[in-house]
Design a protein around this ligand. Structure first.
Ligand code: UT7
Length: 322
């Protein structure tokens, strides 16, 4: 049975930068509060004419190029998003058409901020069962479209972006293990309570916004993302000091620091990019991974543990030998 290997990464952030100072003019907040409570300094926001698929395409082309492939080589597309361009077709199908690929399966997965981990897990299983050889796995979001820009508790935290990886079949590992969890009892703590079926009239009137019990989510995020690191290490009979890099979901620097502290992991082994783009949901892990690959922190042969946590609740991880 082949393994899957990450052979290319890509990321894309929209050009428009929104600083904390700009948010001070929109809601009752301060740069000092946002920085101290979340670590975020700025986020990127799409223009009116930009959509999730536009960001996904740009990140995907970079990942395909980094892998030395062409779109024609891609035989599976999995897009993790909670902000698809349209209700259907899936953003993966829209992306497939943009890339000029016809035939192989393309579909979305929806696990909010843990979505990229769910997408990697699915693509890894396609490759391991020899149903695909070259998978494009994307996390792409335009969360700015589902933010209530009058709610200071949420609008300062999120941003738009996309990240992508190419996974290829290989005799050498690769992805060593993946781990996924969900617990729907917590569905109300972090959600958009409006949809195309439930509360659809609100949606028709333009009212679909993120709501969050921040403190509760914070506590669960720290616990779940610390525990899953241990679960992932145990599954691979590895110890913490054997990891070269931890790439956690980029929601809040305090969450990331609390995970490091709980585990006893040095800051020097943790990739943190949240200050530059805020919480980009499903895009956050592949964006952080891409940045650390491109700036040379993550090297071939490194053991990299990626992990995410989001609404649902959903959480997941993967141990990767780069
Ligand atoms: O991606 C999925 C995972 N998402 C997350 O992991 C997010 C998890 N939660 C968090 O990151 C944090 O809980 C927040 C950043 C959302 C909030 O930080 P906190 O330290 O938990 O603050 P808090 O919610 O306890 O609020 C403290 C105070 C409140 O005022 P009072 O009630 O103490 O008077 C808030 O009203 O800060 C106030 N506040 C703000 N003040 C200025 C809330 N938002 C803001 C704001 N600017 N933007």
């Amino acid at each position: 049975m082949p393994f899957s290997r990450v052979t290319g990464t890509g990321g894309y952030l929209p050009e428009r930068v929104m600083t904390n100072a700009e948010l001070e003019k929109i809601v009752d907040t301060t740069d000092a509060w946002i920085t101290a409570r979340s670590g975020i300094k700025e986020r990127r926001i799409v223009e009116d004419h930009e959509f999730t698929c536009d960001l996904a395409e740009k990140a995907s082309r970079k990942a395909i190029q980094a892998a030395g492939k062409t779109p024609a080589d891609v035989d599976l597309i999995v897009v993790a998003t909670s902000t698809p361009d349209v209700v259907f077709p899936s953003t993966a199908c829209l992306l497939q058409e943009r890339l000029g690929v016809t035939g192989p399966p393309a579909f979305d997965v929806q696990a909010v901020c843990a979505g990229f981990l769910f997408a990697v897990d699915v693509a890894d299983k396609f490759i391991r069962t020899q149903s695909a050889n070259c998978a494009l796995v994307v996390g792409a979001e335009t969360f700015s479209r589902i933010l209530d820009w009058s709610d200071r508790r949420t609008c300062v935290l999120f941003g738009d972006g996309a990240g992508a990886v190419i996974l290829e079949a290989s005799a050498e590992p690769g992805i060593l293990s993946t781990h996924l969890h969900s617990d729907g009892r917590f569905k109300d703590l972090l959600c958009v309570p409006t949809g195309v079926s439930r509360n659809y009239r609100k949606l028709q009137n333009g009212g679909a916004y993120v709501t969050m019990e921040g403190g509760e989510v914070f506590r669960w995020a720290v616990t779940a993302m610390s525990d899953i690191v241990k679960e992932t290490l145990d599954a691979n009979r590895m110890t913490l000091d054997q990891i070269d890099w931890l790439v956690p979901h980029q929601a809040n620097s305090r969450i990331i620091n609390a995970i490091g502290k709980r585990l006893g992991l040095s800051d020097r082994k943790v990739v943190m990019t949240v200050e530059k783009h805020g919480n980009t949901s499903a895009a956050s892990v592949p964006l952080a991974l891409d940045e650390a690959v491109r700036d040379g922190r993550i090297q071939n042969g490194n053991f990299v543990l990626i992990e995410g946590f989001g609404g649902g609740f959903t959480w997941g991880s993967a141990m990767i030998r780069m």
